[in-house]
Design a binder for this molecule. Sequence first.
Ligand code: GDP
Ligand code: MG
Length: 415
Amino acid sequence: MLERDHSCSSSIRCPIQARPRHAEQYQEDRQPRRPRRRSQQAQDHPAIFNELCKMLDPGKPSFTPKKGKTSVVMFVGLQGSGKTTTCTKYAYYHQKKGWRPALVCADTFRAGAFDQLKQNATKAKIPFYGSYTESDPVKIAVEGVETFKKENCDLIIVDTSGRHKQEAALFEEMRQVSEATKPDLVIFVMDSSIGQAAFDQAQAFKQSVSVGAVIVTKMDGHAKGGGALSAVAATKSPVIFIGTGEHMDEFEVFDVKPFVSRLLGMGDWSGFMDKIHEVVPMDQQPELLQKLSEGNFTLRIMYEQFQNILKMGPINQVFSMLPGFSAELMPKGREKESSAKIKRYMTMMDSMTNEELDSTNPKLMNESRMMRIARGSGRQVREVMEMLEEYKRLAKIWSKMKGLKIPKKGEMSAL
Ligand code: GDP
Ligand code: MG
């Protein structure tokens, strides 16, 4: 599949640029840039894919807390990186699996930090500890950890500050909180959009506290998270989770293959397959997958997928995993408008003949056919043209899946 994906070749260069600049072990591999033929780029894909996977593997797993045995986990990262949100997600993730997590707010710098954590924790019904009046983060952290140890919590999560008047003061504070609470694991939280700056950030934290894992947040945005390569290189720690939204359950265990696929602009194939199994009704799955592997995207298939989108809602998540698909068709937060647009498209398609709906010939839709469809559906010709443009765009993406080996449920790692 990788060799075949010619269309992604233009984005191959980007992950190479995203290589950690200071990571000596990768310096020797760096090639001078020169124009390359498409076929050569395509051939390189698997090599780059594998290399990036290797770069994200620091060679040793992170400390993994054990259920029923008390562990202290400290979160560090710059302000706005998503620490407080991620602390709750991490706690909630474990709580759903039967753990007894607890949250400690050791951010006394930012006004409202405790309120934010309290609000999140209350929503998730997770015990929390913090203070509106105490200004010493070390004192709060120690008290919080002690309190929850007594209460037999098995996962005590310490949220920290991300900003100070002076940077040095922040790192000194992290060092002191860490020394006082003796965390079993320190997690560095980074925003997926920071790019190579992740190296310096991660290294600075690593020099003050013993960072043992990385979490990349905001993977639902446009950024591909290339900075994770830098963070892994700087901390010699693995990425363990990714944040995929603002909500508590928008949190996933890190999986290197889909992550690298996305970095290379190849779409998240295994996530895509997972989603198909999750949201497409069982009886429609074989047919849809068959059509996918044939790669012939007709207007009828588009119509059926629109029906699914309107009926099931979450199916738009399926397509959001493919490059360019839902970003334009179903932008996040504008689902209502998008649904109206889809309904408009479907009305126009209702005025099409079977021949038009089942054709894979792009030349079939001539001017007179477009005029007839516009008349029949009470829309403008330019709207019919817009719908056909959308069809062409989707057909192009769909065609990339031609010949795709369709894995059965549970076989996703084979991709
Ligand atoms: P902190 O300063 O490091 O504690 O960061 P916060 O947890 O307060 O997060 C900063 C902002 O990022 C908030 O508006 C969060 O809702 C948002 N945020 C955090 N994680 C994610 C994520 O995975 N996706 C998105 N879209 N927003 C996120
Ligand atoms: Mg915070």
